[in-house]
Design a protein around this ligand. Structure first.
Ligand code: ZN
Ligand code: ZN
Length: 326
């Protein structure tokens, strides 16, 4: 599945590659070159094109951004300029574009909620009801399982909220969003090369509905979920300040993530990105699937993908572009 994402993203960025490879040999190539050169206007798909993006974070809501700098930044990110190596093979820290008070983030794979992406994704992708377990227990269980496999785990808060991780604080809304907008969300993943079948959609939506109607599944105190993760051994990052994300980087380069501090030092402190290390989702599904069944593993990987897209849609504005790094 993620090979197909990779191939598709390569196709997206293929024009740039062929330009540099064939520069100046014929009129046809010259044409390609010039269309890339005035690609101040390279068009990226946005959440809004899929009727997604109910939140406020995005370039249209910003007055502190230079459009040319922004386009330069998108192109540089898409080319992999800011990719750095990581050790972990599964999501560990949040997609959140912010840093700690020293302007620093760990170099570790990113998904919405950090390790909580695996908690919610494996829950949504599961085909067993397990109606006797709640969110906090599921969090503890998932982290224990990942630790048994030797994986580092992580969560975060921030310096001004009770629960400063949107993927956690809004988890019930994100489940609801999946039940209401599954087709829009799946159109977006489809555009990225991940095809979610009708029966997978049905199964994931049903699982979300089950949790929403299960009394006391979701913890009322949202910070208690992050706390439970920490109590089980997950690392904790305190991020600071407001959300300044200007796009969603979808990274499919195995073994890497995107260096947020490097982006800031090149373009300015107000230039941040959500970072989704999509190459890790299949690994996480493999680690967490308890049935050994390939179809179950695939569905979990797709549910992790949906949880990430749905989180972006709840927190992000329609103007947020998706920047593939192939
Ligand atoms: Zn978060
Ligand atoms: Zn905040």
């Amino acid at each position: 599945m993620f090979e197909s994402l990779k191939n598709l993203l390569k196709h997206f960025t293929g024009s740039q590659e062929s330009t540099s490879a064939t520069q100046g040999n014929s009129t046809q190539e010259a044409k390609t070159t010039s269309s890339t050169a005035d690609a101040g206007n390279v068009q990226y798909i946005t959440l809004g094109q899929f009727n997604l993006g109910l939140g406020s974070i995005g370039p249209d809501n910003r007055k502190d951004i230079d459009q040319n700098v922004l386009n330069q930044m998108y192109r540089a990110i898409a080319s992999g300029l800011f990719n750095v190596p990581v050790n972990n093979s599964v999501p560990e820290i949040c997609v959140d574009g912010r840093t700690n008070k020293s302007g620093y983030r760990k170099s570790a794979p990113c998904a919405a909620g950090g390790t909580l992406s695996i908690v919610y994704g494996s829950d949504l992708g599961s085909n067993s009801l397990a109606a006797d377990i709640n969110e906090v227990q599921l969090t503890t269980q998932t982290i224990n399982k990942l630790q048994e496999k030797g994986r580092q785990t992580g969560v975060h808060g921030d310096d001004h909220s009770d629960c400063g991780c949107g993927a956690c604080s809004k988890a019930p809304t994100i489940y609801q969003h999946i039940t209401e907008r599954i087709n829009d969300l799946a159109s977006l993943t489809n555009q990225l090369g991940i095809n979610i079948t009708e029966s997978e959609k049905e199964s994931i939506v049903q699982q979300a509905k089950n949790r929403l109607s299960q009394a006391d599944f979701f913890a009322e105190n949202r910070a208690s979920v992050v706390q439970a993760a920490q109590d089980t051994g997950a690392d904790y990052e305190e991020l600071v300040g407001q959300h300044n994300e200007l796009g969603i980087a979808i990274n499919t380069r195995t073994g890497t993530t995107v260096d947020r501090s490097a982006i800031r030092s090149k373009y300015g402190p107000q230039y941040d990105m959500f970072v989704v290390d999509a190459w890790t989702f299949g690994n996480a599904a493999k680690d967490i699937n308890s049935t050994g069944n390939e179809a179950d593993e695939q569905r979990i990987a797709k549910a992790i993908t949906l949880q990430n897209v749905a989180t972006a849609s709840i927190l992000g504005h329609g103007s947020l572009p998706i920047i593939p790094i192939a």
